[in-house]
Design a protein. Structure first.
Length: 527
C-alpha cells in the first residue's frame, strides 16, 4: 500500500458561470459561509480534527493525469483549506486501500447512491473509509446518479455520509465522507477534449474547473454552506479581472481560476468549525478575532430569520457574513421556534473602523440546491419589491396578503439606542465578545407556520433505514425546473438552461435529493 501524507499547510479568464447546488432529500440547517449540517439543538456537526481526515484514493487516472499526478492534484487542492492559519484541519491521503472501482462495485464504497440496497447504504455510512473515486470513463457517475449521459456534464460529488449520535439520538460528529470526480471530458495538455464525443454535449472540463470543483466539494465535505458575499462582483458587467473577492463557497463560480483562493469569509467559515489557537477564544488576547453577536427583529418585533447579515469591509476580500436562523431551534415541520434572528460574526479588531454592518435579502436564485441559510424553497423578497408590505401584515399573521420580506439597510442602532459602530469600536478587541443586543429592522419576518412557502431545511437523519426512501432519482428534472434550471431530454441527452439567463452558458454543480445530499457537479450547455 502506497501512503501519501499531507503535512500541515500542504498546498485565465473564463466568462462561464458555475452554479453550485445542494438539493438534499433530507436536508439541513445552514448559514452563509459557515455550517451546512446542524443537529436538532442548533449546533454544527464537525469532523474530529484531533488527527487528519483520512481520504482513501482509488488507484485510477484522470484524463491525461496518471495516478501519482492525481494524488498531487488532490493534495494541492486540499492545501487550500489546511493552509488557513486560524483553522486546524489536516488530511492524510492513502492510496491502495482498495482496488479498482467501477460500475460493478461502487456500491460497496459509496453511500446513498443509485443502484444501492438499503443494507449496502447502511453498511457504508460508518465503515471508517472515506473513499475518493476517480471515474475516468464516467461509468460510476452515471450508475451512481442514474443520469443517462451524466459523464458528459457531471463533474463529481462529495458529502459527509456518516455521523455519530449521543444517547438522545442527536448528531454529534461526522465520521464518514465520500467524493467522486469525473474525468471523462477532462482536457489534454493543450486544453482540448480527449474523448471527442464530449464535444456533442458540454465540451471539455478545464483544469481550472476540476481544481475549483475539488476545493468547493471538499468544503461541503467539511460541512461548509454557501455564501453570497461580494455578489456584486458576480454580475455580467463586471470585468473578469475584478472578481478576485468571490468566495470559494459562493453558489456560482464566475471564474474558477480566481475562486481557488480562500477569502476572509471562507477562512472564518472553516475556522468557526475547526478553530486553531489563533482563531478566537474568549478572554485570550492572542486571538485573531473578536466575536460579534446580536438578534434581528422585524417591524413587529418578531425575530427575523433568513436575513444575510454582512460585515462589509472597504476591502471586499475581508467581508464576512452570517444568515440569521442558522442556530435556530426548529420543530419537526421545519419552522423556527427560537433563536431565529440570532447572528454571529468574527471580525479582526484592526479592521473594525473599516467595517459596516448591513442586512440584505438573499438572492432569489439561491434556492433549492443553491440555497443559502435556513430558507431553501424560497428566499424572502426584497421589501422594496412588495407593495404596502407593512400595511398588509399584522402581528398575528392572519392577513393572507402578508408577505415576509427583507429590507436591505445599514445597521446603525440597537433597541437600546446604542450606536452599533460605537459598540464595535469600544469592545471589539482580541478574544472579546461584543453583544449588540436586539436590532430592529423594517423587514417582515416569517411569524408562524401559516406564513406560507418559505420552507426550511429539515434535520439530516442518517440512522433510520426509512430515510433511504429519499432516494428518488425520478424527481431530478422537475426539481431542476422548479429552481430555475429548465431541462428536457433529447437524442443527445439532457439539455438545460436557466430561464433568467437564456444566453449564458453554465457549468452547474447540482445535488440530487439523495439521503445524504450528494454534491453533484454538473456541466450543462444552454440552448
Amino acid at each position: 500500500m502506497n501512503d501519501t501524507k499531507m503535512n500541515k499547510g500542504v498546498k485565465t479568464k473564463i466568462r462561464t458561470f458555475v452554479w453550485l447546488f445542494l438539493l438534499l432529500g433530507l436536508t439541513t440547517i445552514g448559514k452563509a459561509g459557515q455550517p451546512l449540517i446542524m443537529n436538532e439543538e442548533g449546533t454544527p456537526v464537525v469532523w474530529d480534527n484531533s488527527g487528519p481526515i483520512i481520504l482513501s484514493v482509488e488507484e485510477g487516472i484522470c484524463g491525461r493525469f496518471n495516478n501519482a499526478e492525481v494524488l498531487n492534484l488532490l493534495e494541492e487542492n486540499l492545501q487550500t483549506w489546511s493552509d488557513i492559519s486560524t483553522a486546524s484541519i489536516d488530511f492524510e491521503i492513502v492510496n491502495g486501500d482498495f482496488g479498482a472501482v467501477d460500475g460493478c462495485n461502487y456500491t460497496d464504497l459509496l453511500s446513498g447512491v443509485e443502484g444501492q440496497t438499503t443494507i449496502q447504504a447502511l453498511a457504508t455510512q460508518n465503515d471508517g473509509v472515506n473513499p475518493v473515486i476517480i471515474d475516468n470513463n464516467g461509468e460510476i457517475i452515471e450508475e451512481a446518479t442514474g443520469v443517462d449521459n451524466g459523464r458528459y456534464f457531471i463533474l463529481g460529488f462529495a458529502n459527509p455520509d456518516g455521523f455519530e449520535t449521543n444517547s438522545s439520538d442527536v448528531l454529534t460528529e461526522i465520521v464518514d465522507g465520500q467524493a467522486v470526480f469525473n474525468c471523462y471530458c477532462a482536457a489534454d495538455e493543450n486544453g482540448n477534449v480527449i474523448n471527442e464525443d464530449c464535444e456533442d454535449f458540454a465540451g471539455v472540463f478545464s483544469d481550472n474547473e476540476i481544481n475549483f470543483t475539488m476545493i468547493h466539494e471538499v468544503g461541503h465535505l467539511l460541512n461548509l454552506d454557501h455564501t453570497q458575499v461580494n455578489i456584486d462582483q458576480a454580475q455580467d458587467d463586471v470585468p473578469a479581472g475584478e472578481q478576485d473577492d468571490i468566495p470559494i463557497m459562493f453558489p456560482v463560480s464566475i471564474n474558477p481560476s480566481l475562486q481557488i483562493s480562500a477569502t476572509e469569509d471562507d477562512k472564518v467559515a472553516l475556522s468557526a468549525l475547526y478553530p486553531s489557537s489563533q482563531f478566537f477564544e474568549e478572554g485570550n488576547t492572542d486571538s485573531t478575532y473578536c466575536k460579534v453577536s446580536g438578534t434581528l427583529l422585524d417591524t413587529f418585533d418578531e425575530e427575523l430569520e433568513c436575513a444575510d447579515v454582512q460585515a462589509e469591509n472597504i476591502d471586499p476580500n475581508l467581508t464576512v457574513s452570517f444568515t440569521t436562523g442558522t442556530f435556530g431551534v426548529y420543530n419537526t415541520n421545519g419552522f423556527c421556534e427560537s433563536n431565529c434572528g440570532h447572528f454571529e460574526l468574527f471580525l479582526r479588531p484592526d479592521e473594525v473602523a473599516n467595517t459596516t454592518l448591513t442586512i440584505n435579502d438573499i438572492n432569489p436564485n439561491f434556492t433549492g440546491g443553491s440555497s443559502i441559510g435556513p430558507c431553501v424553497t424560497t428566499q424572502l423578497s426584497d421589501c422594496s419589491d412588495v407593495e404596502d408590505y407593512v400595511a398588509n401584515c399584522n402581528d398575528n399573521d392572519s392577513d393572507t396578503n402578508c408577505q415576509a420580506c427583507i429590507k436591505p439597510v445599514t445597521l446603525t442602532l440597537n433597541t437600546d439606542g446604542d450606536l452599533i459602530s460605537d459598540l464595535l469600536t469600544a469592545n471589539c478587541t482580541a478574544g472579546q465578545v461584543v453583544e449588540l443586543g436586539q436590532i430592529s429592522t423594517e423587514s417582515v419576518a416569517i411569524a408562524s407556520e401559516t406564513a406560507g412557502t418559505h420552507l426550511r431545511k429539515n434535520r439530516l437523519r442518517v440512522d433510520s433505514p426509512a430515510s433511504l426512501q429519499a432516494l428518488d432519482q425520478g424527481q431530478m428534472l422537475p426539481r431542476f425546473a422548479q429552481n430555475g434550471l429548465e431541462c428536457s431530454e433529447s437524442s443527445s441527452g439532457a439539455s438545460c438552461q436557466f430561464s433568467a439567463h437564456d444566453e449564458t452558458s453554465y457549468r452547474v454543480i447540482l445535488g440530487l435529493g439523495l439521503v445524504f445530499g450528494l454534491l453533484l457537479a454538473f456541466r450543462v450547455r444552454t440552448a
